[in-house]
Ligand binder design. Sequence first.
Ligand code: ZN
Length: 133
Amino acid sequence: MNKIEHIGIAVKDLEESSLLYRKLLGCESYKTEVVDTEKVVTEFFKIGESKIELLQAISGQGPIASFIEKRGEGIHHIAFAVEDIIEEMARLRADGFQLLSDEPKKGADNKMVCFIHPKTTGGVLIELCQEIK
Ligand code: ZN
């Protein structure tokens, strides 16, 4: 894995949280994107090399909706950039990590992504992401 690509934060109200993060980080977001497969709308901020992804559930459904229901707003996942997601998935699967999908999926911000179940990573949801070239 190369670096932390972004940190995903689950929010109830994207408009409100977007204002908060603009104030906090002192910059504007660079992208807002709907990811239909995950039933979320995302907004990205870039500070230096690092990114923050705000995630709000669409129509009260999907993984972000159930996360907020159980645990409230807050850090949802840590995403690592990888060169070759297929290779990393095979390596991690062989090492006993439970991947949440058999194949990489199209994620937000021009990435192929795969998540690792938090029960095999000490309680932290991990996302692998590979830039689509
Ligand atoms: Zn993410």
